[in-house]
Design a protein around this ligand. Structure first.
Ligand code: F6P
Length: 404
């Protein structure tokens, strides 16, 4: 049989390592003749936008280069398959192309929507008695997939945000004047990545002094109280805020409510929360305020990738192939943590149904009572995930990257 790999959803520093894992494991098995990649995930596949990957990453130098290349070499998509009942023709078309290319197993590397795709395709496959196996390979910097201890891509993003915020702390504290720096972190409706910044406390930093996550309703008047209290204690106040914070207007005066609504545009928007809070602070407190959006840098900074993350990403790819060859379908490879110290994990093929459509939130028991900080109890969870550095190859002063 031939196999097919697709990448989908937001990029990460580790998603190409998963592709490499599928590829290298696939090349080991005689029953696999060709390895295809789909450009732009399932969306590109429907348009027959395929590439033959045979031989592309066999040499160790090629594999190393792919491992250290962020984002998705095959491109990506944000495409959600419609329900079979509504548009069965798309499913028929997909299975026609699968059989045309003699695909026996499809590996889809992605987050929530990608697991939904795999779930729907495997369900349709069983409906029509198709022999094609469908396996989900998890990835997302948001770390919000259910039934896995963490997702590949998260550890590298956490390492990047911690390293970068530490640099921001040094930069922000140079002047002898009061200042506030707000750092906005990605993660959609889950606060994992923002919360990982509590690791800086374990590493001798006071900052971030305040951490706000989407898991707790965000009150601007409480925020102003918090910031004023921190300014009493520190010349420079560093605040980490998740892009997905949900505004809570319960305890606001009408005046503040209007101001905040103006700043945020609409309640619960993704991205821009930091800038909106910057304007509120400037008006209400008046000292030097700067908002920094780490934006896409936090998901594609391979030069500071976590070796643990890259290795695990590759292993989930390999495990996916092993599972498919053992006859499994409709599964996702999940990482189960066996111990924090020494850090140890096991890989399992779990039922996909139930993963898609749910979001794993940052645990309430690791958030302080005030809803403006993360407890030290979370450190054991985060710390192993950012360990180790990928030995990156550089050329002309820049990290080398693979372009397909
Ligand atoms: O889901 C991963 C993620 O990076 C989120 O953290 C972020 O909100 C989103 O993707 C951004 O998506 P896009 O790249 O499609 O704008």
């Amino acid at each position: 049989m031939n196999i097919l790999i697709g990448q989908s959803g937001g990029p990460t520093a580790a998603i190409n390592a998963s592709l490499l894992g599928v590829y290298l494991e696939g090349r080991k098995h005689k029953e696999i003749t060709h390895i295809y990649g789909a450009y732009n995930g399932i969306e590109g596949f429907i348009k027959r936008n395929l590439v033959l990957l045979d031989g592309k990453f066999d040499e160790p130098q090629q594999a190393d280069l792919l491992r250290q290349t962020p984002s998705t070499v095959l491109g990506s998509c944000r495409y959600k398959l419609p329900p079979v009942k509504r548009e069965e023709s798309i499913y028929r078309q997909i299975f026609e192309i699968l059989s045309e290319y003699e695909i026996g197993a499809f590996f889809y590397i992605g987050g929530n929507d990608s697991m939904d795709t795999i779930d729907k395709l495997s369900a349709y496959g069983s409906l029509i008695d198709s022999p094609v196996r469908f396996i989900g390979v998890p990835k997302t910097i948001d770390n919000d997939l259910m039934f896995t201890d963490h997702t590949p891509g998260f550890g590298s993003a956490a390492k990047y945000v911690n390293a970068t915020v530490r640099e921001i702390i040094r930069d922000s504290s140079v002047y002898a004047l009061n200042s506030i720096t707000i750092i906005e972190i990605m993660g959609r409706n889950a606060g994992w990545l923002t919360a990982s910044l509590s690791l800086l406390h374990k590493n001798g930093e006071d900052a971030p002094h305040l951490i706000y996550l989407p898991e707790k309703p965000f009150s601007v008047s409480a925020f102003l109280r918090d910031v004023r209290a921190e300014l009493e204690k520190h010349k420079t106040v560093i605040i980490a805020v998740s892009e997905g914070i949900k505004l809570d207007f319960e305890d606001h005066t009408d005046d503040l409510r209007h101001q905040v609504l103006d700043e945020f545009g609409h309640v619960g928007q993704l991205a821009g929360a930091g800038k909106a809070l910057e304007r509120v602070l400037r008006r209400e407190i008046g000292c030097k305020v700067r908002a920094i959006e780490l934006n896409v840098m936090q998901r594609c900074s391979s030069h500071v990738a976590s070796l643990t993350d890259i290795r695990e990403a590759e292993t989930v790819g390999r495990e996916a192939v092993v599972s498919a060859l053992s006859g499994l379908t409709g599964k996702m490879i999940s990482i189960r943590r066996l111990s924090d110290r020494p850090y140890a994990v096991a890989y399992e093929a779990i039922e996909l149904h139930g993963v898609a459509g749910l979001e794993k939130k940052f645990p309430a028991e690791w958030i302080n009572d005030e809803g403006n900080g993360v407890l030290d109890a979370a450190h054991d969870y985060f710390e192993p995930l950012i360990q180790g550095e990928l030995p990156v190859k550089w050329e002309n002063g820049l990290p080398m990257q693979y372009v397909l």
